[in-house]
Design a protein around this ligand. Structure first.
Ligand SMILES: [Fe+2]
Ligand SMILES: [Fe+2]
Length: 176
């Protein structure tokens, strides 16, 4: 019999907050890449990067809305924080869908990406500074939620191709 098995056996499974925080980091980096690319990148490069940003944001928002927020809602008092987060997601989804129907040389394309980045950064701050600390204090099984988020992402990723590939002739549309 082992005396100290308890927590170490699940050490490899990242908890929900670590997964979501890693997603935040990733998307922030993608937005930074876009800032560098804005001046010198080709339209095809921009389009590809923006497609990746939109895909990451959509998958992340879906995972939060379908798994993380409902679980948090049951355990934290401040439901308004989750309501506001969902409204912010809707704003981001709207920009995602506008960008998916645009081309990089359209007017306001860069501006929309920049505004989306500011919007997402603000949302991330609120999640990390307000929602996550409250969830950590609550009685949620964050490892189990992390497992569900990873399963969800694995299941969904084939359905989230980049919405518009640099192949000009076909317009590939993805519904979100
Ligand atoms: Fe998030
Ligand atoms: Fe979020």
């Amino acid at each position: 019999m082992t005396a100290t098995t308890s927590k170490t056996s699940v050490k490899e499974m990242p908890d929900a907050i670590s997964i979501l925080t890693a997603d935040h980091k990733k998307v922030k980096k993608l937005f930074k890449d876009f800032e560098y690319m804005k001046e010198s990148g080709s339209p095809a490069e921009k389009e590809e990067l923006v497609a990746e940003i939109c895909r990451e944001l959509t998958m992340h928002a879906d995972a939060e809305e379908q798994i993380f927020y409902p679980a948090a809602r049951e355990e934290i008092e401040e439901k308004n924080l989750l309501d506001e987060a969902e409204v912010e997601h809707a704003g981001v989804r709207d920009l995602v869908s506008q960008l998916q129907s645009m081309r990089p040389d359209d007017d306001l394309y860069d501006a929309k990406v920049t505004v989306m980045s500011e919007y997402v950064n603000h949302h991330i701050e609120e999640e990390q500074n307000e929602i996550f600390p409250k969830v950590k204090k609550a009685k949620l099984d964050l490892e189990r939620l992390g497992e569900q988020i990873l399963e969800f992402k694995n299941m969904m990723s084939p359905e989230y191709p980049p919405p518009s590939k640099p192949t000009r002739s076909k317009s590939v549309r993805t519904r979100i």
